[in-house]
Structures are given as structure tokens and as C-alpha cells.
Write a protein that binds this ligand. Structure first.
Ligand code: F6P
Length: 522
């Protein structure tokens, strides 16, 4: 049984104090160069193979003693009990009283006794058959996904990442922002008879998505588009609302799939259209392999566990406030944004699962850009700035193009950056001094394929689970997004009426200024 009440929070576990002591004795002054000189086995000890992903953790500010205390912390906090509760379908999302079963979406037929597996596969089969039909339909050239947050970032990131696998002749577009510039620019380029709109929304109530969906439908009809059934499909848990909206083609999913964990569900339809049934099944199987690794590997050789514990070490003992994601593969350009939602919406919490304020820090800020671009932008700060920012490099051994020389340069650069951050240069002060001792993790994939991408993403989902679990928070709700939505609903009609009654002076002043600029279209 998952026991939310009795699960020990990290700061109440004996290992927490031991970690504090260890940090002050050996953690704060830890020197990577020294650690490599002393420990001949450091690379092996801090390397971890996991399905489809290799990780070199050795350039992190951590020693064997810290890692063993972190593992002790995980045991004291019953991480495995919590993990097993998730995989047993218990309501680990306690504030919404929901199970957390995105892992079931990638479980093969017969791979679990969970009663929902049958409907998962029935929907998957139907969605993949539909995806194949769209692929075979040469009349459809443009697929427009309308969705936001988890109903946008995962599919958008994966379609870009798997560019080499995407069916030629189809173009994929992602419209998320309520800012009409996005949709208007797209509608100016596409034609109703050759466009398929996918309205992706778990709730089918999100204001941005519903506004864009309404405008897309109105445009379609105004352009003489006929047969909404053939040109609109909805991906949602709220099939009734989609039907009411006028969309008959729907693919459902379930409340036990969190928005940011939903690309494996019907929300993944754009990915399935892009890379086909086989590609999508490979994506699921890569993620499933990582699920099994997380569920069964001993804690000390369990990659999501080792990463999640490192995250705690950095956030709560070193006090690092951010983590930079540096994929050295331009197709992974949306990965930082995807991981940002995954981590910050999951673990950006200031109270524990019981609503009690926390006296320690939780989610870091995640950010980043593909390399080598970042090197010519913000790496200056990573090398010589006053803050230490752990960097996560993601490199891919084999390129999927055959331009000579490029991939060697790319790989040389990623290796050099990790090396430079660690080694530094010169020990005097001054402008040319690189302090070094700056931490990084190095992920290596054989190739960027649906399978390896699936594994990499599931790895990050589970790693977020690990830190969230030890922090004692609910990583699966997102109450923090509600207030802004409510206030926007109050402000929207004021833009037309000019009513500022009850608003704070700053908001009222801004509103008056905006109104002075003139009337709004529509
Ligand atoms: O902004 C909060 C949020 O609920 C995210 O968690 C979610 O991914 C996004 O909005 C979109 O929600 P929906 O899929 O219901 O439109």
C-alpha cells in the first residue's frame, strides 16, 4: 500500500543529517581534478549503463560516500515502496486522488495485470490505424496540432527529434499560444482540403487550445472546408466535450495520465503520423525498457535513481539553483523546453504531499539550447560566472546525415566543453582564468532513434519521480497554474468594458494604457 502519511520526508531521515555533515566535511571543498587523480576507478564507479542510454556521472561534485548516504536516504524514505506503489496503480497523486500510470501506456500486451491495459491497447491500435491511414492519404499534406503544455511539448519535441524518420510529403505544425499571431501565420499558409487539425487537450477546457480550436474551425468553414469529420480529430480524456464541439473523430485517454506525461497516449498521434506505427511502437518500447530498469535494477545501479539522488545532492546541499540541458544534436532543440515542464511543473512545489510547508528547496530551474549554439551564447557564464550550474550534455555517436567533418566537430566540442568545465585553466585570478571544477553529466546514445528517445524521456520522468518522492511532494499535480487562469478570466472582459474596479493600482494602470491603444479585433 502506498502510505503517503507515513512515508518519511527526506529532511526527517537520519541520512539527511549525515549528508549535511558529509557536505561540510568533504562536499563543499570537493575538487574533481583531485578526485580523478586519487581515484583510478572513478569513471567506472560513476558510469551507468541503462537501456539505450549510457551516462558518465564521473564529472559531478560527488564522492562514493555522498552517494552511499544518498542511497541510504532513499532507503529510509522508502523510495522503492513509493515507486512500487506507482507501478501497482495506487493513487500516488494524492491531492487529485488519481493513479499515475503513464508507464502502462508503454507496457506491451500481456505485460501487466493492470485492468486498464486492455483499453490502452485498444486505443493504441485504433490510433495507430488512423495514423497509418493519414500517412497513406496523399491529399493531407499539413498536420496541425493545437494544444499547449503537455499537449504540445512532447509531440513537438519528438517530431523534431525524429526528423530523420518522418514521412516525406507531410508537414507538421504546432500551435500552442493563444497569441493569434501564431495561428494566423499558419492559416495563411495552409489549405482546408489538405489540412488535418488535431485538437489535443486532456481536459478540453484549456482556454488557449479552445480559442485556437474555435478559430481553426471557423477558418475551415469560412474557407469552404467541408467534412469536419475528415479534417478534425480530438485527443482528449473529455470525449463528450470534443463531440459537443463538433468533432466526431476522437481518441481518448484517462485521468491517470498527467498532461506532461501524456505523449505516450493519444496525445502522441502527431508523432505516430510522423514516424508511423512501427516508429511509435519503438518509442514506447524504448520507454518501457527504461520503466523495467527503474522498477527492477538495484538502487545503486539504477540510473533514474542515481540521477534523482544527484539532483537532491546539488539542490539541497550544494545549493545549486539551476540545471542546464545541452543536447549536442540540433533535432533535440525542443528537449530543454520539454524537460523544463516535466521537472518544474512536477517538482516546483513549496509544500509536501500533506500540504505542510517545506524548509528545503525543491525543483531547480531547467533551461538550455542545443550545442554548439549555447557555447557562443551563455557558456561564458557557465565557465566563468559566479554561479555554478550543473550541465547535462547529450551526445549521439552516429549522425543521421553524411556531411563529412560535421559530426566529428560536434563530438569534439561536446567532449571539450565537459572537459573544460571540469579542468579549468590557470590558477591565478584574472580574465583568462577558468576556475574549473564545474560539474556535468554526459549522456551518450548510439543513435537518435524512436527507441533511444523513448528511453531518454522515460529516464527523465523517473528521475523527477525520485527527487519528488524524497522531497515528499506530489509530483503529479499542478495547482500553481490555476490562479493565473482565474485572474485572466476576470481581466478578459475588462479589456472590452474598461472596468478597473477592484483591481490593484498597477494592473488598473496598465489596463487603462492598453485600452487607450485602441479597440481589439474580434
Ligand atoms: O498549465 C497547466 C496544464 O494543465 C498542464 O499541466 C497541461 O499540460 C496543460 O495545462 C494543457 O492542459 P490540457 O491538455 O488539459 O489542455
Amino acid at each position: 500500500m502506498s502510505n503517503e502519511i507515513s512515508r518519511l520526508r527526506c529532511d526527517r531521515a537520519p541520512a539527511w543529517d549525515a549528508l549535511r555533515t558529509h557536505y561540510s566535511v568533504a562536499g563543499s571543498g570537493f575538487d574533481l581534478r583531485e578526485a580523478f587523480r586519487r581515484g583510478a576507478t572513478r569513471v567506472e564507479a560513476f558510469s551507468q549503463d541503462a537501456p539505450h542510454v549510457f551516462a558518465d556521472l564521473s564529472k559531478n561534485l560527488i564522492d562514493a560516500q555522498a552517494e552511499s548516504l544518498l542511497l541510504e536516504l532513499a532507503r529510509e524514505c522508502d523510495l522503492t515502496g513509493h515507486r512500487d506503489a506507482m507501478f501497482a496503480g495506487e493513487a500516488v497523486n494524492n491531492t487529485e486522488k488519481r493513479a499515475v500510470k503513464h508507464w502502462l501506456l508503454r507496457t506491451p500486451k500481456g505485460g501487466s495485470a493492470d485492468p486498464d491495459l486492455g483499453q490502452v491497447h485498444a486505443t493504441l491500435d485504433a490510433m495507430l490505424a488512423y495514423a497509418e491511414a493519414v500517412r497513406a492519404n496523399a491529399a493531407i499534406t499539413d498536420i496541425v496540432n493545437i494544444g499547449i503544455g503537455g499537449s504540445d511539448l512532447g509531440p513537438q519535441m519528438a517530431v523534431a527529434a525524429l526528423d530523420g524518420f518522418v514521412l516525406p510529403g507531410k508537414r507538421f505544425h504546432f500551435v500552442s499560444n493563444v497569441d493569434g499571431h501564431e495561428l494566423a501565420a499558419l492559416l495563411a499558409k495552409v489549405k482546408p482540403e489538405s489540412t488535418l487539425f488535431l485538437i489535443a487537450s486532456k481536459t478540453f477546457t484549456t482556454i488557449e487550445t479552445m480559442t485556437n480550436a474555435r478559430s481553426a474551425k471557423a477558418w475551415f468553414e469560412a474557407q469552404g472546408g467541408r467534412d469536419i469529420g475528415a479534417h478534425f480529430a480530438a485527443l482528449t480524456t473529455n470525449v463528450a466535450a470534443a463531440r459537443e464541439f463538433g468533432i466526431a473523430t476522437t481518441f481518448g485517454f484517462w485521468d491517470w495520465v498527467g498532461g506532461r506525461y501524456s505523449m505516450w497516449s493519444a496525445i502522441g498521434l502527431p508523432i505516430a503520423i510522423a514516424i508511423g506505427e512501427k516508429g511509435f511502437r519503438d518509442l514506447l518500447s524504448g520507454a518501457h525498457d527504461m520503466d523495467r530498469h527503474f522498477a527492477t535494477a538495484p538502487l545503486e545501479s539504477n540510473l533514474p535513481v542515481r540521477l534523482g539522488l544527484l539532483d537532491i545532492w546539488y539542490r539541497n546541499f550544494h545549493g545549486f539553483t539551476s540545471r542546464s540541458i545541452a543536447p549536442y544534436h540540433s533535432a533535440l532543440r525542443r528537449l530543454p523546453a520539454f524537460l523544463q515542464q516535466l521537472e518544474m511543473e512536477s517538482n516546483g512545489k513549496r509544500v509536501d504531499a500533506q500540504g505542510r510547508p517545506l524548509a528545503f528547496a525543491t525543483s531547480p530551474v531547467l533551461w538550455g539550447e542545443p550545442g554548439t549554439n549555447g557555447q557562443h551564447a551563455y557558456f561564458q557564464m557557465l565557465h566563468q560566472g559566479t554561479d555554478v550550474v550543473p550541465v547535462e550534455f547529450i551526445a549521439v555517436k552516429r549522425a543521421s546525415h553524411d556531411l563529412p567533418g560535421h559530426h566529428e566537430q560536434l563530438l569534439a566540442n561536446v567532449l571539450a566543453q565537459a572537459q573544460a568545465l571540469m579542468q579549468g585553466q590557470g590558477d591565478a585570478g584574472g580574465h583568462r582564468n577558468f576556475p574549473g571544477n564545474r560539474p556535468s553529466t554526459f549522456f551518450l546514445l548510439e543513435a537518435l532513434t524512436p527507441t533511444s528517445l523513448g528511453a531518454m524521456l522515460a529516464l527523465n520522468e523517473h528521475r523527477v519521480f525520485v527527487s519528488g518522492s524524497l522531497w515528499g511532494i506530489n509530483s503529479f499535480d499542478q495547482w500553481g497554474v490555476e490562479l493565473g487562469k482565474v485572474l485572466a478570466k476576470d481581466i478578459a472582459p475588462r479589456l472590452a468594458s474598461g472596468d478597473v474596479e477592484g483591481l490593484d493600482a498597477s494592473t488598473a494602470g496598465l489596463l487603462r494604457r492598453i485600452i487607450r491603444a485602441g479597440p481589439f479585433p474580434g
